[in-house]
Design a binder for this molecule. Structure first.
Ligand SMILES: [Zn+2]
Length: 298
């Protein structure tokens, strides 16, 4: 006779009495495989406590990191995409948009907002990779263009946080036009003497790299971010050579002179504040000198 005998057949536990481990309680780092609690991981701004791997985060998290007390005013929050080409791949483009809006709670792949960062007014546009790969379509371009206009109108610095696979193929040529539009707006910002900080996060590729992401007065990046234009396979096939180690990582790009510095997410807010205080105070001094000269002349 077995030492254990099941008296009743089947397990009768009412659903409300079932005990389950909640989802997402633990975080396993994809880089060093270290396990930490989700709470600890979030407290560390989604960077690994052991190896400092920077996990991908979205506009919600970046706004919470940068804006004082997470207080900000969103710009053009309800701008949504049209379907200029009647594009259909595995499903019609409008259906894809609606489905993605539902699953992500976002309207498109970028959000713009203004508020205070360590007491200093700033306008920030931030991309969301989980909205169709952070692809740049007409809404993304338009929202960035309008955010730049807002920065010009309020005379505040502009910051762009890029995270994108490139142009949105479902809008084809309309996506590519956004490269010219955003670049032209940035030229106006520059003419008016307002600083533009571009931060490239993992991944920043394609048409985004080829337009606004590389046009900053300061181009900065997060550690380990993939930064490039074409994918490594395409380049390898084109040049017929093996690519060097670490190719297209933020560190590689910095070493080759395309970035100003790499910044740890945990130091981002303070570093940006220091940077802007240096740039803007110099601006204020120049303005004073100009007015002094003007009064002397009159
Ligand atoms: Zn790690």
């Amino acid at each position: 006779m077995p030492w254990f005998k099941r008296v009743e057949k089947g397990i009768h536990t009412p659903t409300e009495e079932k005990k389950e481990t909640p989802d997402g309680l633990w975080y396993k780092c994809p880089s060093c495989k270290a396990v930490s609690s989700m709470a600890e991981h979030r407290k560390n701004l989604s960077t690994c406590v052991k190896c400092n791997h920077h996990d991908r985060i979205g506009s919600k998290e970046y706004f919470a990191i940068l804006f004082d007390n997470n207080e900000f005013t969103e710009l053009d929050a309800n701008l949504t995409s049209g379907d200029p080409l009647d594009f259909v791949d595995s499903k019609p483009y409008p259906n894809r948009i609606v489905a993605t809006q539902k699953s992500t709670g976002l309207k498109d792949a970028v959000r713009s907002a203004y508020g205070k960062m360590n007491g200093r007014e700033i306008t920030i546009s931030c991309m969301d990779f989980n909205f169709i790969g952070g692809s740049m379509g007409s809404v993304v371009g338009e929202k960035i263009a309008r955010a730049i206009d807002h920065a010009r109108k309020t005379r505040t610095p502009f910051m762009m946080i890029s995270k994108s696979g490139g142009a949105r193929m479902m809008e084809a040529g309309f996506s590519l036009m956004q490269m010219a539009k955003t670049s032209a707006k940035l030229a106006l910002l520059s003419e008016e003497g307002l600083p533009y900080i571009s931060m490239l996060t993992d991944p920043t590729t394609g048409g985004v790299t080829a337009s606004y992401a590389m046009l900053g007065d300061f181009n900065i990046a997060e550690p380990g971010a993939l930064i490039g234009f074409a994918g490594p396979r395409v380049i390898k096939e084109t040049i017929g050579k093996d690519l060097p180690k670490g190719f297209q990582s933020a560190e590689f790009v910095l070493e080759h002179g395309f970035l100003d510095f790499i910044v740890d997410r945990k130091e981002l807010k303070d570093k940006l504040t220091n940077l802007l205080s240096m740039v803007c105070e110099k601006d204020a001094d120049n303005a004073k000198i100009k007015t002094r000269k003007a009064t002397k002349a009159s």
